[in-house]
Design a protein around this ligand. Structure first.
Ligand SMILES: *[C@@H]1O[C@H](CO)[C@@H](O)[C@H](O)[C@H]1NC(C)=O
Ligand SMILES: *[C@@H]1O[C@H](CO)[C@@H](O)[C@H](O)[C@H]1NC(C)=O
Length: 403
């Protein structure tokens, strides 16, 4: 009798413990996979809106609008984005064409393979960069990946000035070598791809390429339906002579609030005030400084791997580079102590030979990414999906309202 009761009680305990245990495992798995579930939900929702007939949730000419909620400084879209046409963990999966027109004008381009091409995006790099970078650096590849998924065929051009690799900022098209080069290049491209000639054109210009874009969109020969200025501004002369006369395409700015000088929020706000007055669609998207964790370097530069990512984090932490939020205190362009403590072979107590090798192999990539972390003036994939989608929505709304 006693024995039986003891047994029954024990069974009860076992069952209760098991249930609690199962529940804990289930919760843990749910926690681990939460991002994936949210992603699956998003994909299902996105699919309803499908790619190019993006629906009309954005109002033309709206002001800043509601800022999306961010977690660790990054929007939900940017955290969860996956690319259907290439695998950003494997850089080589972003294939592209490299054609030279009239013997001297290179265009590197990639058309969507999973969706129909519904627009072209002309891409202008920043100073001392190249068209090639757009297919070979992680952050830029991800901008192209987002554009492709939205139906943009991406054409990366290269500035004609071989020395500075900056773009001409001459507003007179006849004297602007880069504009002439693009006219000619497009002519060759369309001869080869006549079916693409009737598609709307948009531009994406980074830094110097952004100022060039602000000029190029005023050309009559190949009209442009909208532009994205990445950490860049509209040339003041263009602002004065074109935007204030109403003939100017919708413009999105992607900017870094830590930039107090060149493409500052204040300056962009001032430009947007003019757009608002002229009733031209405009919107700005801010990229905050990155909140660094042990996996940040791995998340953004997948070839670095987890061990080297942890190592870099530790070195930065030990050298007091983080504020209480784990954002950079110092601007890596001005304070260069990182060159010593990240790369010097003598500093690593916990650095294995393997980690040392990996970090050495990424010596050319890490400095740019430190700038991206600081968030003053550097390339970043963040916000580009939203900005590209916004441009497309604006265009689509306009087409719909005309028919
Ligand atoms: C593209 O082709 C040109 C000429 O064939 C070559 O010089 C250049 O290195 C190529 N660029 C890339 C990124 O493949
Ligand atoms: C820019 O405009 C936004 C929205 O009106 C405002 O919240 C922000 O403080 C402005 N920034 C500056 C630097 O003026």
């Amino acid at each position: 009798m006693h024995y039986y009761r003891y047994y029954a009680q024990r069974n009860h305990y076992v069952r209760t413990t098991l249930s609690i245990f199962t529940f804990m495992i289930f919760s843990f798995l749910l926690y681990l996979n939460f991002d994936h579930l949210v992603y699956a939900y998003q994909v299902l929702r996105l699919q309803r809106h499908s790619h190019i007939s993006l629906n009309s949730e954005t109002k033309a000419g709206g002001p800043l609008g509601s800022q999306p909620r961010k977690l660790r400084g990054i929007t939900r879209i940017d955290r969860l984005i996956r690319y259907h046409d290439f695998n950003y963990l494997q850089a080589k999966t972003l294939t592209y064409e490299n054609h030279t027109y009239y013997n001297h004008i290179p265009i590197l381009y990639r058309l969507p393979q999973k969706v129909t091409t519904s627009a072209l995006l002309l891409i202008f790099h920043g100073c001392s960069r190249s068209a090639n970078d757009w297919f070979h650096t992680f952050e830029r590849q991800r901008i192209i990946g987002a554009a492709i998924d939205l139906g943009y065929g991406c054409l990366a051009f290269q500035a004609t000035d071989e020395f500075t690799r900056c773009w001409s900022h001459n507003v007179n098209f006849k004297e602007n070598n880069d504009a002439q080069m693009i006219f000619k290049g497009l002519e060759g491209f369309y001869k080869e791809n006549p079916a693409l000639e009737n598609l709307p054109r948009f531009t994406f210009g980074a830094s110097s390429g952004g100022i060039f874009s602000s000029i190029f969109v005023t050309n009559q020969r190949y009209p442009i339906q909208g532009q994205i200025l990445f950490i860049s501004i509209i040339l003041p002369e263009v602002l004065e002579n074109h935007v204030k006369k109403k003939k100017y395409p919708p413009t999105a700015w992607i900017y870094m609030p830590r930039d107090m000088e060149f493409a500052s929020e204040e300056r962009i706000n001032a430009s947007m005030d003019i757009f608002a007055r002229e009733n031209i669609p405009h919107k700005s998207f801010n990229i905050d400084p990155i909140i660094v964790t042990r996996t940040t370097f791995y998340d953004r530069i997948p070839t670095i791997g987890r061990a080297a990512s942890r190592y870099l984090f530790k070195r930065l932490e030990r050298n007091h580079w983080f504020d209480s939020n784990f954002c950079f205190i110092y601007n890596p362009r001005r304070t260069e102590t990182w060159k010593e403590f990240l790369f010097s072979p003598t500093t690593g107590e916990m650095k294995t030979a393997e980690v040392h090798k990996i970090i050495n192999n990424h010596k050319n990539i890490i400095p740019d990414f430190l700038n991206t972390i600081y968030g003053e003036h550097e390339i970043s994939y963040e916000r580009s999906y939203e900005a590209l989608k916004w441009l497309h929505d604006i265009y689509q709304n306009e087409i719909n309202s005309k028919t």
